[in-house]
Write a protein that binds this ligand. Structure first.
Ligand SMILES: [Zn+2]
Length: 192
């Protein structure tokens, strides 16, 4: 098993939440072959810690609040571990394919959303979003994810890529949630 549950978490974890953690890890090849300790937190949505001993990573820990657990939160904390790997252990960093994920909370949100659609089930915490977008997140999730992918590309030539991203997000046309639910209703009728 690529992760180890602390006794405190084990007591609270549902089968569904455990399956969510396992499937999230499959999207993080950077963490392959490493054991992740998953613990419980009451205070935050989640947290992540990379523990070093003599300059070498000795433990990778994420803590999750089990209530209302989202792939977004799990992905965000796992992305922090990847950020930590890149910063600390040089040997670990060199084995990571492609470019390192820069440190920072907004960066963590951007790289998490960009990684896969599965991590777009809830709005990110740190990227600035208009309130309407936060309230009707599912209607905007795909468009925001596309912009995150574009921002990562933009970063290669544009130092202020986060500012660019947030401006682009605010420029997205408003979507009425009514329209969204009509679209969802149309499908089953179409098949009848
Ligand atoms: Zn964070």
């Amino acid at each position: 098993m690529p992760f180890r549950l602390t006794p405190l978490l084990q007591k609270r974890l549902t089968r569904r939440a455990e399956a969510m953690i396992a499937s999230s890890l499959a999207y993080f090849p950077e963490l392959d072959g490493k054991t992740i300790t998953v613990g419980y937190t009451r205070k935050h949505l989640g947290s992540a810690t990379v523990v070093y001993r003599k300059g070498i990573i000795s433990q990778l820990v994420i803590r999750l609040k089990v209530r209302k657990l989202s792939y977004q939160t799990i992905g965000h904390e796992l992305t922090h571990l990847v950020q930590g790997l890149a910063r600390g252990d040089r040997r670990a960093a060199s084995s990571v394919q492609g470019e390192n994920i820069p440190s920072g909370e907004k960066q963590c949100d951007i790289w998490t959303l960009a990684r896969d659609k599965i991590f777009c089930d809830d709005a990110p915490t740190y990227i600035r979003l208009p309130r309407a977008m936060r309230e009707h997140w599912p209607a905007y999730a795909e468009a925001v994810r596309d912009l995150c992918i574009a921002a990562i590309e933009k970063r290669k030539s544009h130092r202020l890529y986060i500012g660019w991203l947030e401006a682009e997000i605010h420029r997205l046309p408003p979507r009425s949630p009514e329209k969204q639910s009509t679209e969802q209703l149309e499908l089953p009728f179409g098949h009848c």
